[in-house]
Design a protein around this ligand. Structure first.
Ligand code: P6P
Length: 342
């Protein structure tokens, strides 16, 4: 649910109106958002013409401008790092596309962790994809290169987080710890405009999102929860609807707005699940908690997990509070998570 928006407010105006939320920030965070938004608009333009790339020369070839055409997720990564480097407010970038940290400016105050184009395998079938970002204050002193310690902070230390959804419309959804707001790109003026203010996610929903193709590899608690979702209990609006787009940002956004739960659990094949803690689970966990929902790894609050590696994975159960709590109840019933490992 969200408050109806009655007047045109661009995201830049919205950020300026809320400068006072950050008594110590002297505009750096606003400028960091400016840089992220610039890159998002460039990526949006290129994602929207992805289908036409073959006319301009397919990936790996040279296009009419004489530039080599890159895979869109690598292209997106380059655009965000370029914009953050040029803007000067970012000390380092952690990206799903880069094994190591990109140290961009020793004078930068912030660390940005991102998945520049999540779900990019869906581009060639025109399914919604997204950029996910997370922002931390650096721990190390300004003036030196950012350190690994700066980049391995728990999600609870985030100062901001958000995503851009390249879908039927392009939306920017973010939080700075003062609620969740959504901005829709108005192409006629080239601005992200406030479209959904103070979003709260329903405590209870009737949608569950999980790749049931992995059912046989799921922990017993997840198998039990899936059966719970499928049981016929009219007064509890069960069975729930199964909706799985295969694009985390799109599944998350639908559940945020309508209520629901997204689960990517650990499996007998992938003991830590698939999604990355720092730049996928943590930013979405910050957003969902700010909207009144919950995010855990089935047992622990996602944002309490102290990362030990940049690209570490985590199981994730995220969405409507009561649905996540019910799934955790089922997970807690099994000491040995996999029947065949008793
Ligand atoms: P699977 C996309 O690759 C992604 O990281 C998420 O966006 C998505 O929810 C998940 O993986 C899909 O994974 O294994 O179900 O295809």
């Amino acid at each position: 649910m969200e408050n109806k928006v009655t007047q045109l407010t661009t995201v830049h105006q919205f950020i300026l109106d809320r400068q006072n939320d950050f008594p110590y920030a002297t505009g750096e965070l606003s400028r960091l958002f400016r840089d992220i938004i610039l890159a998002a608009r460039i990526v949006n333009r290129d994602v929207n013409k992805a289908g036409l790339v073959d006319i301009l020369g397919n990936f790996g070839s040279v296009n009419v401008q004489g530039e080599e055409v890159k895979k869109l997720d690598i292209h997106a990564n380059i655009q965000f790092i370029k914009a953050l480097s040029r803007g000067g407010e970012c000390a380092a970038v952690i990206s799903e596309e880069d094994e190591e940290i990109s140290k961009v400016n020793p004078l930068g105050k912030y660390i940005v962790a991102m998945d520049p184009l999540d779900g990019s395998s869906n581009i060639d079938v025109n399914v919604s994809i997204g950029t996910i970002f997370s922002i931390y204050r650096r721990i190390s002193p300004i003036g030196v290169d950012a350190t690994l310690e700066d980049c391995l902070q728990p999600g609870s230390a985030q100062v901001a987080a958000g995503y851009i959804l390249y879908g039927s419309s392009t939306m920017l959804i973010y939080t700075t710890g003062k609620g969740v707001n959504a901005f829709t790109l108005d192409l006629s003026i080239g601005e992200f405009c406030l479209s959904h203010a103070n979003i709260t996610t329903p405590n209870m929903g009737s949608i569950y999102s999980i790749n049931e193709g992995n059912y046989k590899k799921f922990p017993d608690g997840v198998k039990k929860y899936i059966k719970y979702c499928q049981d016929e209990v009219k007064e509890e609006k069960r069975p729930y609807n199964s909706r799985y787009i295969g694009s985390f940002v799109a599944d998350f956004h639908r559940n945020l707005m309508k209520g629901g739960i997204y689960i990517y659990p650990n499996t007998s094949k992938d003991p830590n699940g698939k999604l990355r803690l720092i730049y996928e689970c943590n930013p979405m966990a910050f957003l969902i908690e700010q909207a009144g929902g919950k995010a855990s790894d089935g047992f622990r609050r996602i944002m309490d997990i102290k990362p030990t590696e940049l690209h570490q994975r985590s199981p994730v159960f995220i969405g409507s509070k009561e649905m996540v709590e019910k799934s955790e109840e089922h997970m807690a019933e099994f000491v040995t998570p996999f029947a065949d490992k008793k």
